[in-house]
Design a protein around this ligand. Sequence first.
Ligand SMILES: Cc1cc2nc3c(=O)[nH]c(=O)nc-3n(C[C@H](O)[C@H](O)[C@H](O)COP(=O)(O)OP(=O)(O)OC[C@H]3O[C@@H](n4cnc5c(N)ncnc54)[C@H](O)[C@@H]3O)c2cc1C
Length: 477
Amino acid sequence: MKDYDAIVVGSGPNGLSAAIVLASRGLSVLVREASETIGGGARSLELTLPGFQHDVCSAVHPMALASPFFRSLPLADHGLEWIQPPLPLVHPFDDAPPAVLDRSIAATGATISPDSDAYRRLMAPLVARWDQLVPEILAPMVHLPSRPVSLARFGMRALWPATSLANTVFKGNRAKALFAGLAAHSVVALEKPATSAIGLVLAASGHAGGWPIPRGGSQRIAGALASYLLSLGGTIETSAEVKTLDSLPPARAVLLDVTPRQIERIAATRLPESYKRRLSSFSYGPGVFKIDWALSGPIPWTYPECTRSATLHLGGSANEIEAYERAAWNGTITGKPFVLLAQPSLFDAARAPAGRHTGWAYCHVPNGSREDMTEAIEAQVERFAPGFRDLVLARHTKNTVELERSNANLVGGDIGGGANNLLQLLARPVLAVDPYRTPAKGVYLCSSSTPPGGGVHGMCGYHAARSALKHTFGQQA
Ligand SMILES: Cc1cc2nc3c(=O)[nH]c(=O)nc-3n(C[C@H](O)[C@H](O)[C@H](O)COP(=O)(O)OP(=O)(O)OC[C@H]3O[C@@H](n4cnc5c(N)ncnc54)[C@H](O)[C@@H]3O)c2cc1C
């Protein structure tokens, strides 16, 4: 077997990012991917009918656009083109015009009366310092901040439970609902601490950079990363599941783009029992039920604002969203699901045959649930877009078990690489100054189970590779 300086197990955005950091330092790097195609959570396939290109996992990419690492790469030269829909996000209601996350804070405020001023006071300071804050927010938990005051100000708000922050800051139901939908991306019950963090980050990223989609689908992100890696001399093997580290060619460093449950198995012979015990107490959050549609036309939303964004939050009031998310967090399903929906083909003709459209949606469900949520999700779409069902030419669904079968990182359908509770925001996957480095010589973790966690931004891979550069290769990171 040829030997390498470094081997990366898994070709998700974090695995490819780690490989790029190492290859750009002149190291020989091999990426081994279990699936037939690269990309992990950044893949697109014809899931329904010929000519309909669906995003298998991620679809909308505020964090990819904000990522300091992605921004440092020549991804446009390798085929990545962002499309910015006019609005980052729309949140429809039953009998009133939607709340809208607009690029402008004032325009957003105008849709969440009477909380226009309160929203501006909450968001304007964050958005004004966004460029300096992003590298801090997407850094390992233990680091010396270069903007300690701004970070502390963000942290003071971010640590609040989303329900408490919304009820303290906002008077009206429209702003509370908009914020509940944003914070629900944490996949944690909204009365838990630190659920405001993701809500604030997603809102700020909408104002500062927008919520873009990649032309041609999320696979283009993985494709651009892989193309750049190959140009640096890296090697990628697909259909090459790694069952144990002992099966790998010799390498000085191995970086694992997998979650703790798999690490315990893959690195079993190398890791001390004490570390394996710590990994085994890492917890996974609720899973998701995913659905993709091939549609004969655009979704017939009641309110025209809904056609101006690729992303919609379908859940109605804050109370409804909170109740549903609390139930999913507690392992049950009650009420109408909070549905995250994307309609990329409205803005990207490459996604469907002329005149046809694609739809992408998911809702949270208990970890490991086999519940078929098709009917409940479609009823939520129909609620805000009567006549939607008549447009469905074909649908493709995946419950949590099927999701995990397609990507072993989606443990029990958890799309974030582990629960985003307060403890695991601080200790991800274990409490350590350098959470990327394991006690096994040359073995590192680089998946979203490390800081800063889930989302397509590559920052976990970037930080893990810098740790490997320092500790294994003796290079300045
Ligand atoms: C339905 C869904 C919707 C999402 N929506 C969004 C969104 O809109 N925006 C966003 O930013 N994020 C979204 N995400 C989250 C995002 O996809 C993930 O946070 C991100 O992909 C994590 O990257 P990663 O590299 O850590 O892991 P992954 O992308 O999961 O990649 C891990 C890779 O490792 C491979 N692998 C696992 N085990 C082995 C093994 N033993 N040997 C070899 N290879 C192995 C897997 O096959 C996979 O390719 C979504 C995820 C899902 C599932």
